[in-house]
Ligand binder design. Structure first.
Ligand SMILES: [Fe+2]
Length: 341
């Protein structure tokens, strides 16, 4: 919802500024549409309205992207894209301290060590960690000697699968860090347990060998969520909230869910018309319509799918769509117990 993104961020700022005891705000990338300088200027102005410190990292949209990744109707041909290398300088008030390093770390509260990493692969929507940044991260984490602090690492792309075969299935692998294995080796070496990401536009929490990857949906897309995290007594409590309305869309949630469902039905109908399905138009649209709630339910988190062969007509479809049912841990509201390093 590019057109409503400013209203959505303003609504989130108002809600979050009204929450007592917030210490800092984390924004996991995609601050602009296509890294237009005027959008970066507006993003920084908006982020400065939070009453507490804000830390942000770039996403795939905050760098030049090749034209085939940019919908023609959303292009601004007169706006050259700001390169990712400029992001640390532009966002020096939002975490970055060295304009030549696409990562930062700081201690925003007595019990948190925060690391922000740029995971946007140059001119691509995929994720990738520059080997030099992994060396920087290893050294940064090695310097942490204060056992009172828990480390939170924020980056844009996933590092643990949130959907089946995310890291290898071409439908989803562009949401993932290509060299996630290398990053996770560094995180495990230093006992890091918490990572925060965006990009996948869904509410999901996964755990792998004691490492959690918490992905939060985009403010600019259904379900328009943000999370409030409270760290206390070696446990982090996570609550999820949704923007309920904005001035131009008082019924934001129902409008947005309907919009996403309708879009998804169109995409699925087109897919079912092609091999290997090759369904006639009416049948393709009928099956797609039966699945209209699948995507919005999936991105809402905590979804269980129980489609049947009677509904979808093909057991292979049933097995595929049901396989996205959520597995523990919970996605929206949960408590994660943390180890002491
Ligand atoms: Fe993204």
């Amino acid at each position: 919802m590019y057109g409503e993104s400013v209203e959505l961020l303003e609504a989130a700022i108002a809600e979050i500024n009204a929450i007592p005891d917030i210490e800092f705000i984390l924004v996991a990338g995609d601050l602009t549409k296509d890294s237009e300088r005027y959008n970066h200027d507006r993003a920084r102005e908006l982020l400065s309205r939070f009453r507490k410190p804000v830390f942000c990292i770039p996403g795939n949209h905050d760098q030049p992207r090749c034209p085939e990744l940019r919908p023609a109707e959303c292009l601004d041909p007169h706006a050259p894209s700001v390169p990712a290398s400029e992001f640390p300088r532009l966002y020096r008030d939002f975490g970055f301290t060295d304009p030549s390093v696409s990562a930062f770390s700081c201690d925003p509260s007595p019990d948190v060590h925060l690391v922000g990493l740029c995971s946007a692969k140059v001119n691509d929507d995929r994720g990738y960690l520059d080997p030099a940044i992994l060396v920087w991260l290893d050294a940064d984490l090695a310097r942490q000697r204060d056992s009172r602090r828990h480390t939170i690492v924020m980056l844009h792309h996933s590092i643990i699968d949130h959907v089946p075969a995310e890291s290898v299935d071409p439908t989803f692998s562009w949401f993932h860090v290509d060299n996630a294995f290398d990053l996770k080796a560094v995180l495990h070496r230093h006992n890091v347990q918490l990572t925060l990401t965006g990009h996948l536009h869904m509410q999901d929490v996964t755990e792998e060998d004691g490492l959690y990857n918490i992905v939060t949906s985009s403010l600019a897309g259904y379900p328009h969520a943000y999370r409030v995290m409270t760290l206390r007594d070696d446990a982090i409590a996570i609550e999820s909230h949704r923007i309920a309305s904005i001035p131009s869309l008082p019924d934001l949630q129902s409008y947005s869910r309907r919009f996403v469902s309708d879009t998804f039905v169109g995409i699925l109908t087109d897919a079912f018309r092609k091999p290997p399905f090759s369904y006639p138009q009416d049948h393709a649209h009928d099956v797609a319509t039966r699945l209209r709630d699948w995507w919005p339910s999936l991105v809402s988190g905590d979804a269980q799918f129980t489609y049947t062969a009677e509904e979808l007509g093909d057991p292979v479809l049933v097995a595929y769509f049901n396989s996205f049912s959520d597995r523990p841990p919970a996605d929206n509201d949960l408590v994660i117990n943390l180890r002491r390093s």
